[in-house]
Ligand binder design. Structure first.
Ligand code: ADP
Ligand code: MG
Length: 371
């Protein structure tokens, strides 16, 4: 859980701070008619630095698992303006000449640095490439291909699972190169104005780093090139998902085209919730009342939910309900490893969305590891 500081506007208009971190992964929400405590793997409050979030969330371990060949995914979710993009990317550069301060870089740039360091220390035996997509109104668009974004078809094959046809995947070897891809793509992300946040992103964005370790044998036989050893190369992915705002349509004052957007956003989020909800070991029923619920915190370090499950049990998961869940099917149900970062505002004005985010997060957290 990441609680952002009150913004200047919120402070000026006298909003109350209703969210407090109690330490040990517990977070307390208190307002006139609500008093609830939730437990999570980690809670970062307004004072937590970007570095603290990177180190304390398990992100570094996730990068290492991706190098080891796992499909790893990080989700940032929460209402518009709750700090999802800030957590993943930090504030984007003011201009070409004024890059963002290194201390404010988000989970993405810190992960890239970690990945490239690992790659270098392994004698560059990792081949890295990136793809960047957005899902807007249930259409998948490539954020890296030049020209106006056009919708790409989502296909399924036995060997690849769900994949996006003709998606661009760009190889990179330096931090500058991948950060520049991230900036290019982010600028193309569809944004539109509505009552909650002028720059609110109405699309889901998925940045995927493909990590292929070239098979290495300690003593390659003469004449044997890279990749010819007995040990097959591993292929891992590290996917960063910046979800569109989770707020309900009626609170954003949306109408017409915007309400169509909000509805497909909600459909994706609902499908995502269902995927977790139907997992054995995760009670899918209605939630207890928001008043005084307490979920015991898990043992320290359990911030990553392993979603591995046996093949035969996967069929009832409704991945087909939305493009988002189809694209993430491997991370949600296969041998994937997922880190969920729920972002919330501490303001009294956001109380109901904050409670709904915390309930959603508690539900996602109850997904258990199946060895
Ligand atoms: P979202 O992506 O969820 O819509 P943003 O990441 O754009 O929200 O954050 C909304 C605003 O709050 C931005 O101006 C951002 O700079 C600020 N903000 C968010 N989280 C923090 C934080 N932890 N510390 C300081 N400012 C933050
Ligand atoms: Mg955002």
């Amino acid at each position: 859980i990441r609680v952002r500081p009150l913004t200047c506007t919120e402070t000026r208009r006298g909003d109350q701070q209703v969210v407090h971190s109690l330490g040990d992964g517990a977070v307390h929400v208190s307002a006139a008619r609500h008093d609830a405590t939730f437990g999570f793997s980690a809670v970062f409050d307004a004072g937590a630095s970007q570095e603290a979030v990177f180190e304390g969330s398990g992100m570094r371990q996730l990068v290492e698992l991706a190098i080891d060949g796992f499909s790893c995914t990080v989700f940032a979710f929460g209402q518009t303006g709750s700090g999802k993009t800030y957590t993943l990317m930090g504030p984007l550069a003011q201009s070409e000449t004024q890059p963002a301060s290194p201390a404010l870089l988000g989970l993405m740039q810190r992960s890239f640095t970690c990945l490239l360091e690992q790659s270098r220390s392994r004698g560059s035996d990792l081949a890295l490439s990136a793809s960047y997509l957005e899902i807007y109104n249930e259409q998948v668009r490539d954020l890296l291909s030049p020209g106006p974004p056009c919708a790409l078809p989502l296909r399924w094959s036995k060997t690849r699972g769900f994949y996006v046809e003709n998606q661009l995947s760009v190889e990179f070897e330096s931090l500058e190169a991948i950060v520049s891809l991230l900036l290019q793509g982010s600028q193309r992300r569809r944004t539109s104005a509505h009552a909650l946040n002028r720059h609110s992103s109405r699309s889901h964005a998925l940045l995927t780093i493909h990590i292929r370790s070239r098979a290495v044998s300690a003593h390659p036989a003469p004449g044997e090139g890279w990749g010819a050893s007995a040990c097959p190369g591993k292929q891992g992915t590290l996917c960063f998902v910046d979800l569109a705002g989770s707020e309900r349509v009626k609170e954003t004052g949306s109408s017409g085209e915007l309400s169509v957007e909000a509805n497909s956003i909600n459909r994706s989020l609902l499908a995502l919730g269902e995927s977790w909800g139907t997992h054995p070991g995760s009670p899918a029923g209605p939630h207890r009342s928001p008043v005084t619920s307490f979920v015991a915190p898990p043992p320290a370090g359990h911030c990553i939910s392993l979603l591995a499950k046996p093949r035969g049990k996967r069929t009832h998961i409704p991945y087909r309900d939305s493009k988002l869940t189809r694209l993430l099917a491997r991370s949600l149900g296969g041998s994937g490893i997922t880190l969920m970062v729920a972002c919330i505002s501490p303001s009294s004005r956001c109380l109901s969305e904050t409670l709904s985010t915390l309930h959603y997060a508690s539900r996602a957290r109850r997904v258990t590891t199946r060895p």
